[in-house]
Write a protein of this length. Structure first.
Length: 166
């Protein structure tokens, strides 16, 4: 099995996992986030399939972080509702982070060993996007597992001396 075949399998597995995870998460923002990242993975799969078929590849400059920011902006009221995450939901995020870490490691290795400039550019792009996915999942995991400290860290009220009422 070559690198493209393995990458196609990884992306297909990720799509399936994120769709399933979206069905199991209670918090609406979590559901939407998993579905949004599943769409990113579908785009990755399309790019890999183009390379596999020897087609000319156009790598789109897409930012998963911007897509997720849009989700959070659209759903900010729902996000602020305090929802206790179940252990199953937290486990889904742990699995997602692990999948993304493995993808990052794999794509970095393949970028170094790529046979063509197009393959190298694709693998480097996938590394960049998978790193963003990992950060999104890690941040969400922290939010769901320790909301109070998440807000403190995100708002920097204590860390930088700022005051929320000033």
């Amino acid at each position: 099995m070559n690198a493209i075949d393995i990458a196609i399998k990884m992306e297909t597995d990720a799509i399936n996992f994120y769709k399933t995870a979206s069905e199991k998460v209670n918090h609406l923002v979590g559901k939407k986030m998993f579905l949004t990242i599943a769409e990113d993975e579908k785009r990755h799969l399309d790019m890999l399939t183009q390379i596999f078929k020897g087609l000319d590849l156009t790598i789109l400059d897409v930012s998963p972080m911007n897509n997720i920011k849009t989700v959070f902006e659209e759903m900010k009221d729902e996000m602020m509702e305090r929802v206790e995450a179940t252990q199953d939901e937290l486990e889904a995020f742990r699995i997602a982070m692990d999948m993304e870490k493995k993808g990052i490691t794999f794509y970095k290795k393949e970028a170094l060993e790529a046979g063509t400039n197009k393959e190298k550019a694709l693998f480097e792009r996938l590394v960049h996007e998978e790193e963003q996915h990992y950060n999104i999942f890690a941040n969400t995991y922290f939010f769901l597992s320790d909301t109070g400290n998440w807000f403190m860290g995100e708002e920097h009220t204590i860390f930088d001396g700022g005051t929320p009422w000033a």
